[in-house]
Design a protein around this ligand. Structure first.
Ligand SMILES: Cc1ncc(COP(=O)(O)O)c(C=O)c1O
Length: 369
């Protein structure tokens, strides 16, 4: 049984990196940067893509572009990677943590609605593990309450809702191309939006306040240098070519595991609504009811590890239980579902969905079949 490595690279990455090496444009904007941005925007079906160093700086730049700061509140899910919340705090605003739905692992729109106050400026929705959160309800809610909807789509390259790409619904969206993501250059990120004006502003903010086509030493906004290098773009262009077949393989193997474990009592896979027309399968998430399953989540984690199958026993806590937020600086709504997931959920990383049928069978049998 072979556990596939991640990331993967080959001749195509070498060929494109070589192209950058032989050019005078290692930094700044090598043509491959623009090529990647255009191709990624097309994949996610959104008008504009602005690349950046990582998926943390992208969130910070988006919030800065929205003018969010001290005295403002931004609603975030209690379950995510910490950058979803720290981006808000670093702008001087207050993250408001709300609960997730019990089985989709995505933010509960009803909880978002209850948490909105006169201070709420934005909602950051995370498409957790890949499948999009309920875009029908969240887009309508944000419009109705006149708050900005920002998609943290770090997990959702190639994913869609009713045929529309992740990152195309919100006022603007953020992606990460960090080492473990399904599209990676080791580090990297991107922002997407359908607004040409906002795209110009985001590009200006990530390029130290410069405006395209204008004097190099004229700075129009309080920006930062968050540009990616030509090398990152080279890898991303090559990785983008691999993405469709990788998603197809993960989808096939995930379906086989779900099928083979259908009768296993106490095991519930992530609920993926019918509106999710494509999933990246960044994480394969499940929950364990120990009484029915006959083993606790932690025991399952040990068993999978012993069998050589990588597995993570979920986050060790909700975001607001990080030492940073125990000290304050946030508002916390009741989050019983998020707390329960910390106790009984787990995920398999996407690389285990990229093996052969023997690996898929081994995973299914370790889970009880
Ligand atoms: C949901 C989410 N948001 C933001 C980030 C931050 O991205 P980066 O590591 O590229 O800074 C990550 C992951 O790393 C993430 O999983």
């Amino acid at each position: 049984m072979q556990i596939p490595n991640w990331p993967v690279a080959g001749e195509r990455e070498l060929e494109l990196i070589q192209k950058v090496l032989q050019s005078p444009q290692w930094g700044g904007y090598h043509p491959l940067v623009t090529q990647f941005e255009n191709q990624f925007a097309a994949l996610q079906q959104v008008e504009h893509c602005i690349s950046a160093m990582n998926g943390t700086i992208t969130l910070e730049v988006l919030l800065a572009a929205a003018g969010i700061g001290a005295g403002d509140e931004v609603i975030v899910p209690a379950i995510s990677f910490v950058a979803t919340a720290t981006s808000v705090s670093r702008l001087g605003a207050t993250p408001v943590f709300v609960d997730i739905e019990p089985y989709s692992f995505n933010v509960d729109p009803a909880c978002v609605e209850r948490a909105i106050t006169a201070k709420t400026k934005a909602i950051i929705v995370v498409h957790f593990g890949g499948p999009l959160a309920n875009m029908d309800r969240l887009v309508a809610l944000a419009e109705d309450r006149k708050v900005l909807l920002i998609e943290d789509a770090a997990h959702s390259q190639g994913a869609s809702w009713r045929g529309r790409g992740a990152g195309s619904f919100g006022w603007a969206s953020s992606f990460s191309f960090q080492n473990g993501k399904v599209l990676t250059a080791g580090e990297g990120g991107a922002m997407t939006t359908n607004s040409a004006d906002l795209a110009r502003k985001l590009r200006c903010l990530t390029n130290i306040g410069r405006k395209e086509g204008e004097n190099f030493f004229f700075h129009y906004e309080l920006g930062t240098n968050a540009r990616i290098s030509g090398f990152q773009a080279a890898v991303l262009v090559a990785q983008l070519e691999r993405l469709p077949s990788q998603i197809a393989l993960r989808s096939k193997n995930a379906a086989a595991i779900i099928d083979a474990t259908q009768g296993v009592k106490g095991l519930t896979w992530q609920h993926i609504p019918a509106e999710v027309t494509a999933n990246s399968w960044y994480l394969m998430l499940g929950r364990i009811d120990a009484a029915a399953f006959g083993r606790t989540r932690d025991q399952l984690h040990k068993d999978l590890t012993a069998a050589g199958i990588p597995c993570t026993p979920f986050y060790p806590h909700t975001l607001y239980r990080n030492p940073l937020y125990i000290r304050g600086g946030c508002r916390v709504e009741p989050c019983p579902n998020a707390e329960a997931c910390v106790q009984d959920a787990f995920w398999l990383p996407h690389r285990v969905l990229m093996g052969d049928e023997y690996l898929t069978q081994a995973i299914a049998s370790s889970l009880g079949r």
